[in-house]
Design a protein around this ligand. Structure first.
Ligand code: ZN
Length: 265
């Protein structure tokens, strides 16, 4: 079995970028029916990562019909995981002054296989009614806070056989497993152990962000469930606080769990 060294407590590094886009003649873009999935795209750069944002004036799928939907895609040359907290501001002009007419905040997770996500921001109707610039353009300002962390995918693949088992452990009764944190993604609830999650920089960033709110359930409505589950299981696979023989959480990284039993016999 491959050896996994313990994780270092590297500081969470976050990068803040402000991006401005103006979609010209927004009303014209809205004339395309929903089922054409028409979009306007703009690019950006984030510390060596190529990114693009698509504006779907009338939605990206059947679930978001007639909503302004934003699709964020990232392309990285190396394997990275990204936790992104981003603010969307729609700006308009009132007597030549810029005024924010909408503010929304989203949290997203990206892993190498799933470097895209889509969020619905506001009904298209509401934009057409009161959010456009005098010349008919739509001005959107993004503030992206990204936490980027390089990972070695080869390590995970050696442990594929235990992924399934860990998924089962995570679906057991919350009391039985003494879970101490819960997450709600777009369609599922996940329970976990904080001491395991600190393995992963993205979860550290999420936990520290939410520690101010004093909430026991962390809501991540825009995080895609399969991405979340993959990162969660990955923590258990790699953490030295989780025993991959008896599938239990150790009190400390050096604590003995199942091994003492076999020694006594
Ligand atoms: Zn054990």
């Amino acid at each position: 079995m491959a050896k996994i060294t313990s994780h270092g407590q590297t500081a969470i590094q976050s990068f803040v970028h402000t991006l401005n886009y103006t979609v010209e003649n927004f009303t014209h873009q809205c004339r395309f029916p929903h089922d054409e999935h028409f979009f306007v795209q703009g690019g950006f750069q984030l510390n060596g990562i190529e990114g693009f944002i698509r504006f779907y004036p009338r939605g990206y799928s059947n679930d978001d019909e007639n909503w302004l939907t934003l699709y964020i895609g990232l392309v990285s040359s190396s394997d990275v995981e990204i936790y992104m907290n981003f603010e969307v501001n729609i700006i308009t002009l009132v007597e030549n002054h810029e005024v924010g007419v909408l503010f929304q905040q989203f949290q997203l997770l990206f892993t190498p296989e799933f470097m895209w996500n889509a969020v619905k921001v506001v009904p298209t109707k509401a934009i057409l009614k009161r959010m456009l610039l005098p010349d008919g353009g739509l001005k959107v300002r993004f503030v992206l806070r990204t936490h980027v962390h390089g990972i070695d995918r080869r390590l995970s693949s050696k442990f594929e056989s235990i992924w399934h088992k860990i998924k089962e452990v995570l679906q057991q009764e919350p009391g039985k497993q003494r879970f101490d944190v819960a997450f709600v993604t777009d369609n599922r609830i996940f329970f976990a152990h904080k001491c395991i999650l600190v393995y992963n920089f993205a979860f550290r960033a999420i936990l520290s962000e939410w520690s101010d709110y004093n909430e026991s359930i962390i809501q991540l409505p825009c995080v895609r469930t399969e991405v979340f589950e993959e990162m969660l299981v990955d923590c258990y696979v790699k953490s030295n606080r989780f025993c991959r023989k008896c599938f239990s959480v150790r009190k400390s990284k050096d604590a003995i769990c199942c091994e003492i039993v076999s020694w006594r016999r």
